[in-house]
Ligand binder design. Sequence first.
Ligand code: ADP
Ligand code: AMP
Length: 217
Amino acid sequence: MRFIFLGAPGVGKGTQVKRLSREYAIPSIATGDMFRGAIAKNTPIGLEVKSYLESGRLVPDEVTIRMVQERLCEEDAKGGYILDGFPRTIKQAKALSDIVKQSNNKIDRVFYFDLEKEEIKRRVLGRRNCPACQQVYHLTYDPPKKDGVCDCGATLVQRKDDQPETLDTRLSVYQKETTPLIDYYERQNLLTRIDASGTVDEVCEKVRCGGMQALSP
Ligand code: ADP
Ligand code: AMP
């Protein structure tokens, strides 16, 4: 099964992907995580994309598409995956469609996470990340046991691009480059709208009932 989780930065895609990829035993492929991993390891691609992530702009399509194409060829992705944060432009969506067709597969469903802007901002601004175990928290909605410290013991950080100045850029980039995908997938009858308000459990249930359960083996 091949799924796309589409929606604004901070809407809660990653949180759901982590749960559902475990539940349905398919890998999650999150381009933002892949780029951050490359930056942390100082790889050539990391050096190339660092300034884009820090300023909240999209990494050029060619770089992103090449990275995803390579990832989708890996053994664990052969039986399916959940894409989180990709595609983000029409060009990426068309490239994905070609990649999937080449292996005689198809995208089964696109879940579009819909949430009002003020709540998106609250989710992003309150997000805190663990640089050691990658756990994601929220200051109010999902706080760690001890303030500022991951339950694994490491000090939590706020992503640079989650700070207010960069967040505005990311939201306008999302509006301009990514929202056209809603229409694009709707016209292909692939889109399921998920009301992303509510608790993590509630949203998870909406995705299961919105088709993920029925489509998964
Ligand atoms: P995305 O992957 O879409 O950027 P995340 O999954 O990282 O978003 O979620 C952004 C923030 O919102 C995180 O701090 C997360 O803990 C929190 N969050 C995710 N889903 C919910 C929810 N349903 N209710 C409240 N907070 C949530
Ligand atoms: P995310 O973790 O999904 O919020 O992504 C963080 C950042 O990584 C984005 O602001 C972009 O700079 C970059 N990025 C992630 N996915 C893509 C993509 N599909 N296309 C271009 N840039 C991306």
